[in-house]
Design a protein around this ligand. Structure first.
Ligand code: AMP
Length: 307
């Protein structure tokens, strides 16, 4: 990580996850959209985290985030329990089945940005209540690039607030099922155009193990997926992808089409590691050398000769 990189401001869930997949099961492990994306972003840039945990959040999780270069001044500790999510995956690793979502301390959370965070240039509104995403956006003075993500839970419960978020961000991320649900169409092209008509100039659709597609008004970039033999736990793949994407852009400070394509690949590389183990366990031991090597493999996978 370069000392000169711009910090990335991230708001989103900080969670205890309980997850079952065909390859195993874990209970109350560290998770949450903000945690996955912050950890991924720190491979390139420092992170300022906005969120809330309960008094049950153990010191080792704070220590882990601090050790990664995550500033925790914006992470509130409130009386009560940390956000909890419970879900499972069958053999279709693209489809998370939510069993339980307990907002807990997120229900009464009001984000207040420390003054230093208000100058953030790179802002990622990770998955959480869109009303909270809006409150964070309102407190940032002059952002250079704003991104958002969401999920079916919020599409179904807070659609108007979500549309307001979309009006205000530069780039929207969604997975294929979510964008179809939001736009009421099977066609990803139509759905991407519809989302762009709400506000964002770029829409990035995550297709799980089938890669990702980046749409702008006049371009379309298709990132390959990495052929993994075993996906142990797909949880957090999307958040990791987005954290890697914005971390790389904040580090290079170049929001050009060519650089965004590189950022999509770095995001895909990081996500391909996250799913190799439960929780953040693979990212805890991941090195920059492994990231660069897999980046080169992505290039080889996607290469083809001219006609
Ligand atoms: P994904 O990258 O889509 O696999 O995101 C997985 C993470 O989303 C998990 O670590 C969960 O804690 C978190 N999550 C699940 N449901 C919600 C929700 N309704 N709002 C915010 N975060 C959630």
């Amino acid at each position: 990580m370069s000392k000169h990189s711009s910090p990335v401001l991230i708001v989103g869930s900080v969670a205890f996850d309980s997850v079952k997949t065909p390859l195993g099961e874990v209970d109350n492990v560290l998770g949450g959209a903000a945690v996955y994306s912050a950890t991924a972003a720190t491979f390139f840039s420092p992170v300022q985290l906005v969120g809330v945990v309960g008094e049950d959040f153990p010191p080792e999780h704070f220590d882990f985030l601090r050790s990664r270069g995550v500033d925790l001044e914006g992470l509130q500790i409130q009386p009560g329990q940390t956000f909890r999510w419970k879900g499972y995956y069958d053999f279709d690793v693209n489809q998370a089945h939510s069993l339980e979502t307990h907002l807990n301390v997120f229900e009464r959370f009001r984000p207040t940005l420390p003054d230093a965070y208000r100058d953030a240039k790179y802002v990622f509104l990770a998955n959480i209540d869109p009303e909270l995403q809006l409150e964070v956006l309102a407190q940032v003075r002059d952002p250079h690039l704003t991104l958002c993500d969401t999920m079916n839970f919020w599409i179904e419960r807070k659609r108007d607030a979500l549309l307001e978020v979309l009006r205000r961000v530069d780039i929207a991320f969604m997975n294929d099922a979510e964008v179809r649900e939001l736009c009421g169409t099977f066609s990803l092209i139509k759905a991407a155009r519809q989302v762009m008509s709400y506000g964002p100039r770029t829409v990035i659709i995550k297709k799980g193990e089938h890669g990702a597609v980046m749409f702008t008004a006049d371009s379309h970039f298709s990132a390959p997926s990495y052929p993994l033999e075993a996906v142990k736990d797909p949880t957090g793949a999307g958040d990791t992808f987005e954290g890697g994407f914005i971390g790389y852009l904040a580090h290079t400070e170049q929001v050009t089409e060519a650089n965004m394509r590189k950022a999509v690949i770095y995001g895909s590389v990081l996500a391909s590691f996250t799913v190799e183990d439960f929780s953040l366990d693979r990212m805890r031991r991941l090195t920059m050398a492994e990231i660069q090597e897999r980046y080169r493999e992505f290039r080889r996978i996607a290469f083809f000769e001219a006609a």
